[in-house]
Design a binder for this molecule. Sequence first.
Ligand code: ATP
Ligand code: MG
Length: 203
Amino acid sequence: MKKLIKIGLMGGTFNPIHIGHLVMAEEIRKGFGLDKVLFIPTGNPPHKLIEGQVSSEDRYIMTLLATASNEHFEVSDIETKRIGTSYTVDTIKELKEIYPMAEFYFITGADAILEIETWKNTKELLDSCKFIAATRPGYNMNELKSGIQKLEKKYNRQISSLSIAPIDLSSTDIRKRLKVGKTVKYMIPDSVINYINKKNLYR
Ligand code: ATP
Ligand code: MG
């Protein structure tokens, strides 16, 4: 029997992508022996630009630029090429058809796993693949563990967690810094900074 390839799925708005995302994806890839991590930027709501006047295409391109130097990172346009919001549960279904020989691990930060019950069809979603939650500054390990335990009990699923290097950054912080002209150097890759400057985003 052929071995399944292990693919991490890293969903996010990535508005813009920052080193918190990259560190988390790489630590989880290493820690769980994943073959690759597929970054999946979300689509934009219909007829609307998300905060910062940034299109789905811009977020997709910035994600490509940020991940280009890691041979284990890939970016999917499965959500950005669609008009409107897509739901993770549907995206995973589609990915299973595209990659029949893969085992999927959906990667989230602490904040995202703790609000997973607001996502479409939580039960079906948790049943559809493995989930790994990483620590994030502002959410302590006990808070995360007890939140995960509650979910595991309620949905009868195991959810893994990993304590990772704390990077206290968010895209919201980055957007605020760019708006007032503060530096974001070393917080996001230079290639992404160049793209933001060229397209005059987040001003
Ligand atoms: P925003 O401030 O716009 O919400 P964000 O920094 O939270 O941006 P998202 O695109 O919302 O980034 O997050 C995508 C995923 O990355 C989520 O699962 C989130 O929990 C995780 N994540 C983002 N930043 C960090 C970080 N610094 N440490 C750990 N996980 C993070
Ligand atoms: Mg967020």
